[in-house]
Design a protein around this ligand. Structure first.
Ligand SMILES: [Zn+2]
Length: 253
């Protein structure tokens, strides 16, 4: 599979849309094309080169993810796969439901309610190549705010649902938030893994697709709720209490 990152609102929202193509059949999907003026030129270039778009995919209903749907549909009348509250959604897959893109890519929908109740992460598999598009649920070194859910749901989303994916699954989040996340991470814990992420974020503007679920388990404090250093920082014990305290601390940073 070929993944093209399309940065949107650089310097403010720092969102990513992703164009994912099955190399054998040239069939492709566009994930979260929220800002049409930045995404449409990429889609035109792709379709001019023979790529056939089959779907829009949305990770959740927020405007900076699903807000481009109406405008994109004017040029590309595609079915939309996404959470139940996404604008113009045509199909909301069940948790664990699979579908294919072309012949090579198998996609599995993973319901991860908390940031929004309709949040879905999408695992893409092509042979040994695995990528997960996590929207505003999992960021590199962080997680989304709990707008429509509770700490317990984020623990389930990050540590049961996404934590169960193979360690070598690459993470493609909905925003480039790594610098801010790691700034918080080093306050919580000064482990080698977190310092390594800090150095990477200092040296690289983009971090999407550069880290795996295995890396997140080492450098993402929201995936280390049983770590004594993380518990000590929050002054709490018990996974849900630690998760809630971490999120509150990050919010007020
Ligand atoms: Zn969001």
């Amino acid at each position: 599979m070929h993944i093209e990152s399309i940065p949107m609102w650089e310097g403010s929202g720092n969102n990513y849309a992703y164009l994912v193509t099955d190399e054998k059949t040239k069939k492709a999907v566009i994930i979260d094309p929220a800002n049409p003026s930045e995404v449409l030129p990429h889609l035109k270039k792709a379709t001019d080169s023979g790529i056939k778009l089959t779907n829009i995919i949305n990770t959740h209903h927020h405007h900076d993810h699903a807000g481009g749907n109406v405008e994109i549909l004017k040029s590309y009348p595609l079915p939309i796969i996404g959470g139940k509250d996404c604008t113009k959604v045509t199909k909301t897959p069940a948790h664990g439901e699979t579908f294919t893109i072309g012949e090579g890519i198998k996609v599995k929908a993973l319901h991860t309610p908390c940031h929004t109740q309709d949040s879905i992460c999408f695992l893409f598999e092509d042979g040994n190549d695995k990528a997960v598009f996590t929207g505003d649920t999992l960021f590199i070194g962080g997680c989304g705010r709990f707008f429509e859910g509770k700490a317990e749901e984020m623990d389930t989303a990050l540590n049961k649902t996404l934590g169960a994916l193979p360690d070598d699954t690459k993470v493609y989040p909905g925003h480039e938030y790594t610098k801010g996340n790691v700034k918080f991470g080093v306050k919580v814990d000064q482990s080698e893994a977190i310092k390594k992420l800090e150095a990477f974020a200092d040296a690289n503007k983009q971090t999407q697709g550069k880290f795996t679920i295995g890396d997140e388990k080492r450098h993402n404090v929201f995936m280390r709720l049983d770590d004594p250093a993380v518990q000590k920082f929050t002054g709490k014990t018990g996974r849900v209490n630690v998760m809630a305290a971490l999120r509150e601390a990050k919010n007020s940073m």
